[in-house]
Design a protein around this ligand. Structure first.
Ligand code: TRP
Length: 334
C-alpha cells in the first residue's frame, strides 16, 4: 500500500433522512475531501440494527433515504465508494476476531456507549450487539486501512477503541497488518435544533431536512425563537442569542450583509421577522437545488440501489484483502 495515501472512511447509521446538522457536521467535510483522497462512505445498516433489531424494514427504507441525501448534496459515486455495511460480510468476521482483543470492562467504560445507553433507556437490557458496536466500528475502519476518519467530537472514543485494537492485534500476532487511524474533528460546529436545543436531531423533532419542502421550511423558520431579551423591535438584541443568526452564520454566503444585519440587530430597530425572512431566502436558495436532485434520485430507487451495490462490491474486495492478511497473521490461512 502507498503509505502516503490518505484513505478516508466515514459513515452514518441509517436512522432517518439527513438534515442541516448532518450537512454541517459531516457532509460538508466529505464534499471538501472528495477528489483529494480515497473516500469510502458507508451506510451502517448493521450498526443501525444494534438498537433497532425489530425494525429492519425501517432501516432498509432509511438506507435509501441516506443514499439520496448523499447524492443530492453532490457526493459523487465516481469519486467516492458508497457502500452498505451488511453487503461487506468480511466486516463481521473481523469483528468476531477483534472481540477477543477487548475486555468487557473496557466496553462498559466507552463514554459514547455509556451515554447512548442512558439516552435510549436500555438499563440492564442493553443488547450485546449494541454493547460491542465499537468493535464492529473498529472493523469498519481497519478493514479499509483507513488512516483518516472524519467524526464529531462524540465519536472520538470510537477512534481510540479502534487504535487500541489495531495496536493489540499487531502486537499479539506479531505483524504490521492493521493501520492506525486518526480522527479528524469537523471544523464546523454543531448546529442547534429549530427549538433552540443544543443539537439538531431527528429524535428531538427539531430538524430541517435536506429534502425539506418549501412550504414546511417556511413554517419551521417562522417558529424559530429570537433573542428572548429582544422584546420589541427597537430594543437592542444580541445575535449570539438569536437562533436565526446562528443559522445565517452557517449558511449565508454574503458575509457583508450578515455583518450589517448583526450590527443593526445589536443597535435595535431590526425585527426578528425580518431576520427570519432573510434566513428563509438563504436556506431556500441552499436547499432548492438539493431538494430537486433528491427528488430525482428518490424517484428512481433502482438506480440508487445499483450505485450502492457497485460500491459495495468494490468495498468488499478491499475488505477481503485485509481479511486474508488478518487470517494469515492469526494462522487461520488453512
Ligand atoms: N457510529 C456512526 C454513527 O453513529 C456510524 C459509523 C459506523 C461510522 N461505522 C463507522 C462512522 C466508521 C465512522 C467510521 O453515525
Amino acid at each position: 500500500m502507498d503509505k502516503s495515501k490518505k484513505i478516508v472512511l466515514t459513515g452514518d447509521r441509517p436512522s432517518g433522512a439527513l438534515h442541516l446538522g448532518h450537512y454541517l457536521g459531516s457532509l460538508k467535510s466529505r464534499l471538501e475531501l472528495q477528489g483529494t483522497c480515497e473516500q469510502l462512505i458507508m451506510i451502517a445498516d448493521a450498526q443501525a440494527l444494534t438498537d433497532n433489531a425489530s425494525n429492519p424494514e425501517k432501516v432498509r427504507q432509511n438506507v435509501l433515504e441516506v443514499a439520496c441525501d448523499y447524492l443530492a448534496v453532490g457526493l459523487d459515486p465516481k469519486q467516492n465508494i458508497f457502500f452498505i455495511q451488511s453487503l461487506v460480510p468480511e466486516l463481521f468476521e473481523l469483528t468476531l476476531y477483534y472481540l477477543n482483543l477487548v475486555t468487557w470492562n473496557r466496553l462498559k467504560h466507552n463514554p459514547t456507549v455509556k451515554q447512548e445507553i442512558t439516552q435510549k433507556n436500555f438499563g440492564e437490557s442493553v443488547p450485546a450487539g449494541f454493547m460491542t458496536y465499537p468493535i464492529s466500528q473498529a472493523a469498519d475502519i481497519s478493514a479499509f486501512k483507513a488512516n483518516c476518519v472524519p467524526v464529531g467530537q462524540d465519536q472520538m472514543p470510537m477512534i481510540e477503541q479502534t487504535n487500541e485494537i489495531v495496536r493489540k492485534f499487531n502486537t499479539t500476532y506479531n505483524c504490521n497488518v492493521l493501520v492506525k487511524a486518526e480522527g479528524m474533528i469537523t471544523k464546523f460546529s454543531r448546529l442547534p435544533g429549530i427549538d433552540g436545543d443544543a443539537k439538531m436531531s431527528k429524535s428531538l423533532g427539531n430538524c430541517v431536512y435536506l429534502g425539506e419542502e418549501a412550504a414546511s421550511l417556511k413554517k419551521k423558520i417562522r417558529k424559530i425563537p429570537g433573542d428572548p431579551n429582544h422584546t420589541e423591535i427597537n430594543a437592542p438584541g444580541d445575535p449570539d442569542n438569536a437562533l436565526s443568526f446562528t443559522y445565517l452564520r452557517a449558511f449565508c454566503q454574503d458575509k457583508q450583509k450578515l455583518e450589517e444585519l448583526e450590527t443593526h440587530y445589536r443597535k435595535g430597530g431590526l425585527g426578528d421577522g425580518t431576520v427570519k425572512q432573510y434566513l428563509l431566502e438563504v436556506l431556500e436558495e441552499f436547499l432548492s437545488p438539493i431538494r430537486k436532485r433528491r427528488a430525482e434520485f428518490a424517484s428512481d430507487p433502482a438506480q440508487v440501489m445499483r450505485i450502492l451495490k457497485e460500491g459495495s462490491l468494490r468495498a468488499r474486495e478491499k475488505a477481503a484483502a485485509t481479511l486474508s492478511e488478518v487470517r494469515a497473521a492469526m494462522h487461520l490461512n488453512y
